[in-house]
Ligand binder design. Structure first.
Ligand SMILES: NC(=O)c1ccc[n+]([C@@H]2O[C@H](COP(=O)([O-])OP(=O)(O)OC[C@H]3O[C@@H](n4cnc5c(N)ncnc54)[C@H](O)[C@@H]3O)[C@@H](O)[C@H]2O)c1
Length: 249
């Protein structure tokens, strides 16, 4: 262990929800391996996380070689992986008749195949360790009620299926696999939406407000803690009730 700390890996942790998850895990006394494409803010990451609490590894989760060398580096340095949070994700929204196949492939490659490849490497290690926790970040959109998100919804529904099967495969080895399905959360990803679209989304929320990255981080914190040892294969919606339905009629 790194100074008595458990080792966690969080993808997409340079920004948004992943950054809050990493911060929360550090507060929970984990050492965090921050996996992201974006290393430009590594300096400010040191201020935010505390330089002794994390290591940044540049890794494109679309690329299996990147993933395998990242896991190899982590195992060589720390000898264990206790927690994996698959958070990195992208959107390329459009109606299907306007969506180029490249945008379908890109979103599936990052969100679904990337998550699968990360889970595969972690499963090999955690099965051997006979311990571990994996949390996959899906989305409330997995339910299939967002027009213009056929690619994103397919990827996030895929993550739900993947999570459930891995819970079956790894349960015997003391490895829990769960998913968190966020609703509308205030991050760079949603800040890119127009004010009009944002207002419509907020209007449809039962709670009439956006969530914060910390709302997701708190759920992840619970799922990687010992408090959730008997919970596996579950999808926790953290979405202000939006998965129940829309309040616009
Ligand atoms: N923000 C929301 O409202 C919302 C809602 C539901 C689900 N989610 C999900 O939560 C997760 C985080 O979303 P966010 O809003 O914080 O997004 P964000 O765009 O703010 O951050 C995503 C991070 O992932 C990284 N990333 C992207 N592609 C990568 C790749 N190939 N390899 C490694 N890193 C990569 C980016 O560099 C970025 O740092 C995503 O999976 C997203 O689908 C977000």
């Amino acid at each position: 262990m790194m100074m008595g700390k458990k080792i966690s890996i969080v993808t997409g942790a340079a920004n948004g929800i992943g950054k809050s998850i990493a911060k929360k895990l550090i507060e929970d006394h984990f050492f965090v391996v921050v996996v992201d494409l974006d290393h430009t803010s590594t300096g400010s990451m040191a201020d935010f996380f505390g330089k002794e609490n994390f290591e940044f590894v540049k890794c494109d989760i679309k690329n299996q070689k990147d993933i395998q060398s990242m896991f190899k580096e982590v195992m060589n340095k720390y000898g264990q992986v206790d927690v994996l949070v698959n958070n990195a994700g992208v959107i390329r929204d459009n109606m299907i008749w306007k969506m180029p196949k490249e945008d379908f492939d890109f979103v599936i490659d990052v969100n679904l195949k990337g998550t699968w490849m990360m889970c595969r490497e972690a499963a090999i290690i955690m099965k051997e360790q006979k311990s571990g926790k994996i949390v996959n970040i899906s989305s409330r959109a997995w339910l299939g009620n967002n027009m213009g998100q056929s690619n994103y919804t397919a990827s996030k529904a895929g993550i739900v299926g993947l999570t459930r099967v891995l819970a079956l495969e790894l349960g015997y080895y003391n490895v829990n696999v769960n998913a968190v399905a966020p609703g509308l959360i205030d991050t760079p990803l949603t800040q890119a939406l127009s004010e009009e679209v944002m207002q419509k989304l907020i209007d449809a929320q039962p709670t009439k407000k956006m969530g914060k990255p910390d709302d997701i981080a708190n759920a992840v914190s619970f799922l990687v803690s010992e408090k959730s040892n008997f919970i596996t294969g579950q999808i926790i919606h953290v979405d202000g009730g939006r998965s129940i339905g829309s309040t616009i009629f």
